[in-house]
Design a protein around this ligand. Sequence first.
Ligand code: FE
Length: 177
Amino acid sequence: MMLLSLFTFLILGCSNNSATTNSNNNTMTDPQHPDNPYYSRTDTTVLHVSDAEWKKVLPDSIYQVARNKETERAFTGKYVDTESKGTYYCAACGNELFRSDSKFASSCGWPSFFETRRKNSVEYVADNSYGMIRTEVLCGRCGAHLGHLFDDGPPPTGKRYCMNSIVLDFEPDGGAK
Ligand code: FE
């Protein structure tokens, strides 16, 4: 029990330190995201970061979708036609979102998936904007707006996670080429 507590303390301590440490020096910052101290593909700690802080660390194109809930134009996203095997992460925080085996060819113009990597990879919020009743999909770790969920997907789930490419980071299996 004591060992477990110590372990938990070390894990939590490390998580808490990472953001602080990173803003002072970049030793723990993801090398591909040197300006974003919150980006991690291994730390699943839920983040509570203000929009003002995200504005400082995210490229504006990602910020506009992730925090301002903008939508990229259909058929313009970089992953619309991607078929390579690999994993899709949140471009804001590195949270693991989808595997390529759940991606399917959809005619909607945005990268579409029928299931998430983990149950808590994302969160859902009712979205009644623009006179439509939709389900908004948010990153389960950082709360970034990712896209919407529809019920017209293929088996086995019948779901269609309609995502904005700009808020996804794709890593091919075997590492970046
Ligand atoms: Fe995220």
